[in-house]
Design a protein around this ligand. Sequence first.
Ligand SMILES: Nc1ncnc2c1ncn2[C@@H]1O[C@H](COP(=O)(O)OP(=O)(O)OP(=O)(O)O)[C@@H](O)[C@H]1O
Ligand SMILES: [Mg+2]
Length: 148
Amino acid sequence: MMLLPDAEATLAAGRALAGALKAGDVVTLSGNLGAGKTTFARGLLNGLGLMEEAPSPSFAIVLPYERPLVSLPVWHVDLYRLDNEDEISELGLTDVLDDGCLMIEWPERLGACGWPSALKISLDATGDVPRRLTVDIPPSWKERCPFQ
Ligand SMILES: Nc1ncnc2c1ncn2[C@@H]1O[C@H](COP(=O)(O)OP(=O)(O)OP(=O)(O)O)[C@@H](O)[C@H]1O
Ligand SMILES: [Mg+2]
């Protein structure tokens, strides 16, 4: 568990993950509305070299980032507005994984087609206490996850 006292700490946590990412990785970002998922993703994209501030994919659903803007291709995905698994399969999310990564907000929408090997990050923003980051680390991330 890690405390995130302010938005800058959430950005820094995202940046810290960037160096550990490899093609084929899936990172899921869970947490209530406004918990800081996009902020974390923005930090990660910045850590991969993106200079501008990444927008939220809430409306586009999938925002792809390619070289040379980033050092590793990433599709930043927000599934909040999707409500069935058919719509999700139409997004062709696995296409990026040969060469790059997926970073998925609202992974709960994946239902049965979730990725068991994903690094699962949760952001908790309940009450007056500082926000907290917790992580569920699959075997493929044991050696390289910067959060324990
Ligand atoms: N650790 C933090 N402490 C305080 N505020 C934070 C922290 N991290 C992010 N924020 C702020 O919380 C707000 C919401 O952040 P963000 O848009 O990243 O949330 P989200 O989880 O992506 O929301 P949504 O569910 O709508 O996609 C922003 O104003 C952001 O600056
Ligand atoms: Mg968001």
